[in-house]
Design a binder for this molecule. Sequence first.
Ligand SMILES: NC(=O)c1ccc[n+]([C@@H]2O[C@H](COP(=O)([O-])OP(=O)(O)OC[C@H]3O[C@@H](n4cnc5c(N)ncnc54)[C@H](OP(=O)(O)O)[C@@H]3O)[C@@H](O)[C@H]2O)c1
Length: 433
Amino acid sequence: MDRVRIGLVGFGTVGGSFYRLLTANAGEFERRLGVAVDVPWLAVRDASRPRNVAPGTRVVQGWQAILDDNDLPIVVELAGGAEAPLPLVREALSRGKHVITANKALLSAHGRELLALAAENGVELKFEAAVCGGIPIIKVLSESLLGNRVRSIVGIVNGTTNYILTRMTEERLSFAEALAEAQKKGFAEADPTLDVSGGDAAQKIGLLGSLAFGCWIDPACVLTEGITTVEQKDIEFCQASGFQIKLVAQARLMDGVPLVTVFPALVPLDHPLAGVRNEFNGVLVDSDYLGPSMYEGRGAGGNPTASSVASDLGDLLKGILSKQVRRPFAGALPLAAAFPQGRMRSRYYFHFVTANRPGIWALVTGVCAETGINIESVHQKWEDKSKPSDLYVLVDEAEESQVRLAFSRITAAEGIRPASHYLRIVPSPAGGR
Ligand SMILES: NC(=O)c1ccc[n+]([C@@H]2O[C@H](COP(=O)([O-])OP(=O)(O)OC[C@H]3O[C@@H](n4cnc5c(N)ncnc54)[C@H](OP(=O)(O)O)[C@@H]3O)[C@@H](O)[C@H]2O)c1
């Protein structure tokens, strides 16, 4: 039987699970591919800590031994960090080693350069685990839909925020309570900023869009808004109106140019993403020949993510056995042009927090009329005359630039409180509203 040696960097949540998977399911690689996988090196930050590994695996501090091993064709980077593993991945690719990584931060910042470096050196850079944990969405976009032109990707790609919004919806928790619960259960980091700000989702949808559209989407071009402004009141009103609030990541081709966004949005209850609950992820892809197709599963966690790392390893082993190198793109990726965000169109939901005084409805309807925005419905919730009231307005499809103008005019007026905000509405995939 053929034997392939791999070097593993990182033995944390994902690295530990991946190592255990290799041990527990070694027979699967042997049965399906006829290859045995050996892990002669495990690189960690602190090699003095005891690690539960087989006698054939040497635990070392830092990754130099892996780079210097000339009989080791695959490096698995599961250390994390946008910058720290960059020298490792660059050096491994330059020395003709294939690299598997789960590191979306590294790829988002340096993926274009690293993919080009892999191609130059005739090796592969694989990253199934970097987006949506265990869901094989990278394979779907780069292989399964190869004969299709992808029109749009609409997804819930961050498990932390989906867990928080689900708990706010189903248990009526406040944002702070839901976040504390997510942290306790291990679904949110001690510092949740990257998740709740939408930054993590922006890195992931940038990668998915780049794969789907064949051009590199600069993360700086992704319109990114987080979930910290979403209140329990928004959730209650939207639910009563037939929507769930979700952090939605989208990459769409508009006049042939990508529009890539991440923001909390109203999702109609009949939309496939509305049923994606808790820490799960879901991605709806629309392509010209297949039409809509939906992918759902666990977006994070050691075992689901290790499952994707193993899938990449299986692909590389097949390639090594058949002496083939497969790449997600035929050539270098051009930089994507960005569709102007102001020209994005959507239905919208406004939540104005207002003083209880005459003329507020007239102000809102007047500004909407002046800016060409067609109002669908207005609801006011007025509990106590001495307190501000909540005015909820749903409007017909409009351009983002019109909505920004109307919102800034309305919120500049006397009697409108700064807590006012607006959200966008995702259309039903069936072409309904
Ligand atoms: N956790 C998830 O659910 C998940 C899901 C999808 C993708 N990912 C990605 O997977 C990667 C790993 O995440 P994780 O949660 O497994 O991280 P983690 O639990 O913090 O583990 C990191 C591991 O890397 C090792 N390490 C760190 N710096 C190193 C260095 N300079 N040299 C050698 N080893 C080093 C650490 O060594 P010590 O043990 O000595 O500290 C530790 O074993 C990240 O890129 C993350 O974004 C994670």
